[in-house]
Design a protein around this ligand. Structure first.
Ligand code: GDP
Ligand code: IMO
Ligand code: MG
Length: 429
C-alpha cells in the first residue's frame, strides 16, 4: 500500500488535523515530517477538543503508530508536556517513534527567535516565537543538535559549546543580552534523555518496512504551501518544506511511494503573521469570517487575518504538491452570506495575472479580481451528502473545483468529527 500525504494548500490552519482524523481509522502509521510546535491542530471528538502541536493528529486514533521523523524540530519540554497531557486524557502514546536524526530546539533557539523578531521591527515575520527558524538555520549551518546527541554526553557538550561561541557573541554584542552557559543547556537537555530514549528509532527503516508489509502510512504536514521556505511567500514563511516533497526528504521515504496527495483548503483564506495576502478583508466581512469561523490561532491565540477564497493560490498548491484531491473545509462558515466573492486572477499594476506572480514585489501589489457567487442561508451542518446541500452551495463547490486544479473530494460542514461530506474515496488509487 502506498503512502498518503496531507498538506495545507493556503497559509495554514485549513483543518489538516480534522482531515487526518477523517481517514485515521484506515491508516497504520501517521508521520509528522516538518515543522515543530509552531503547528496547532484542533480536533473535536464528541465533547472533547484536542489541540496538538508537536504530535501528529493521528495519535488520537487507537492502533495508529505516530511517528516524528527526521524533518521535524523537537522541543523536548513541549513534547513531554504534550505526551503527559494526552496520557492524562486516556490517549495511548506508548507507540510513538521518534527519529534519531530530528533536530532539537534549545533555549538559545527560542531566545534568538524572539530577539531577532524584535530587531526586525516593522519587517518582522510574526513568528510563533518557538525557536523554529533558528533551529532549522543551525541544521543547515551544520551546528545543530540532533536527538541522538542527547545519548552521548561528551559529543553533546562539544556541539553545544561550538554552537554557543557564535551565538553568545551575537547575543551579548549585537542584541545586548546575557550569554547562555553551555552547562545550563547541556544539563537541561540531558534531563530529557532518559524519557526520550524508549521512543527513539530508525524511523526511515521502520517506515520502509511498514510500506513493504502493505501498511498504510499517512504523512501529516504542518504549516502549508504558502508558508513553505522554497515555494511560499518568502521571507514571510516558516523555515521548513511544508509541501508534499518535504514528506520525502523529511522522512526518508522515497517520492515514488507517495501516491495520494491531499491538499486541505478552507472555503475562504486565513493567515497568521506578516506577509502578502491579496484577498485580505479589513471590513465587516473579514470580521464575520473571523467570528463565525473562530479564527484565532491554536498555538499563539492571535486573531487570524481573514479573506476570500483565492483560486490562483489553490491552483499553485495543486501544481507544487501534485495534488490528487482537495478537502474543502469550513463551508458552513459561509452560510448566511448573500454573495460570496472568489478571487479568480490578480491585477498587478494594471496587468491581469491568471497565476500567482513569480516576483514577490508583484505579489505584494496584487489586487484580487473577483467573481461573485450567490450564497445560501440554510443550515448545512447536518448535510452528509453533496445532494443534501442547497443548490447555491453545490454550485459554489463546483465553481471552486473548476478553478482550483484538482477534484474536491470532501467538504467540511462543521468542526465535529462527522461533519463532513465525502464525494470521492481519497485512498483509492
Ligand atoms: P490545522 O492547523 O490545519 O490542523 O487547522 P487548525 O486546527 O489550526 O484550524 C482549523 C479549525 O477549524 C479547527 O478549530 C477545527 O476544529 C475547525 N474546523 C475544521 N474543519 C471545519 C469545518 O468544516 N467547519 C468548521 N466550522 N470548523 C472546522
Ligand atoms: P499549522 O500547522 C499558521 C506562521 C507564523 C509566521 C510564520 C513563521 O497549524 O497550520 P515560525 O514560528 O514557523 O517561524 O513562523 O509562519 N506559522 C503558521 N501559521 N498555521 C501554522 O501551523 C503555522 N506555523 C507557522 O505565524 O507567520
Ligand atoms: Mg493550525
Amino acid at each position: 500500500m502506498p503512502a498518503v500525504v496531507i498538506v495545507g494548500a493556503q497559509w495554514g490552519d485549513e483543518g489538516k488535523g480534522k482531515a487526518t482524523d477523517l481517514i485515521a481509522d484506515r491508516i497504520d502509521y501517521v508521520v509528522k515530517f516538518n515543522g515543530g510546535n509552531n503547528a496547532g491542530h484542533t480536533v473535536v471528538i464528541g465533547d472533547e477538543k484536542y489541540a496538538l502541536h508537536l504530535l501528529p493528529s493521528g495519535i488520537l486514533t487507537p492502533g495508529v503508530v505516530p511517528v516524528i521523523s527526521n524533518g521535524v524540530v523537537i522541543d523536548p519540554e513541549v513534547l513531554m508536556e504534550e505526551l503527559d497531557a494526552l496520557s492524562a486524557r486516556g490517549i495511548d502514546v506508548s507507540k510513538l517513534v521518534i527519529s534519531s536524526h530530528a533536530h532539537i530546539i534549545t533555549q538559545y533557539h527560542r531566545t534568538l527567535d524572539k530577539v531577532t523578531e524584535r530587531f526586525l521591527g516593522k519587517r518582522q515575520i510574526g513568528t510563533t516565537g518557538r525557536g523554529i527558524g533558528p533551529t532549522y538555520a543551525d541544521k543547515i549551518n551544520r551546528v545543530g543538535i540532533r536527538v541522538q546527541d542527547l545519548f552521548d554526553e561528551s559529543i553533546l557538550r562539544q556541539k553545544v559549546e561550538a554552537a554557543l561561541v557564535q551565538k553568545n557573541n551575537l547575543l551579548t554584542k549585537v542584541y545586548n543580552r546575557a550569554a547562555i552557559k553551555t552547562e545550563a543547556v547541556v544539563a537541561e537537555l540531558l534531563g530529557f534523555a532518559e524519557r526520550l530514549r524508549p521512543y527513539v528509532a530508525d524511523t526511515a527503516l521502520e517506515l520502509h518496512q511498514a510500506l513493504e508489509a502493505n501498511k498504510v502510512v499517512l504523512f501529516e504536514g504542518g504549516q502549508a504551501t504558502m508558508l513553505d521556505v522554497d515555494h511560499g511567500t518568502y521571507p514571510f514563511v516558516t523555515s521548513s518544506n511544508a509541501t508534499a516533497g518535504g514528506a520525502s526528504t523529511g522522512s526518508g521515504v522515497g517520492p515514488s511511494q507517495l501516491k495520494s496527495i491531499i491538499g486541505i483548503v478552507k472555503a475562504y483564506t486565513t493567515r497568521v503573521g506578516s506577509g502578502p495576502f491579496p484577498t485580505e478583508l479589513f471590513d465587516e466581512s473579514g470580521e464575520f469570517l473571523r467570528k463565525t469561523g473562530f479564527e484565532f490561532g491554536t498555538t499563539t491565540g492571535r486573531p487570524r487575518r481573514c479573506g476570500w477564497y483565492d483560486a490562483p493560490i489553490a491552483r499553485y498548491s495543486a501544481r507544487i504538491n501534485g495534488l490528487t484531491d482537495f478537502v474543502l473545509t469550513k463551508l458552513d462558515v459561509l452560510t448566511g452570506l448573500k454573495e460570496i466573492p472568489v478571487c479568480v486572477a490578480y491585477d498587478v499594476d494594471g496587468v491581469r495575472h491568471e497565476e500567482v506572480p513569480v516576483s514577490q514585489s508583484d505579489f505584494h501589489h496584487a489586487k484580487p479580481i473577483y467573481e461573485n457567487f450567490p450564497g445560501w442561508s440554510e443550515d448545512i451542518s447536518k448535510c452528509r451528502t453533496f445532494e443534501e446541500l442547497p443548490k447555491n452551495a453545490q454550485d459554489y463547490i463546483l465553481a471552486v473545483e473548476k478553478l482550483s486544479g484538482s477534484r474536491i473530494s470532501a467538504i467540511g460542514v462543521g468542526p465535529a468529527r462527522d461533519a463532513i461530506i465525502v464525494r470521492h474515496d481519497m485512498l483509492a488509487i
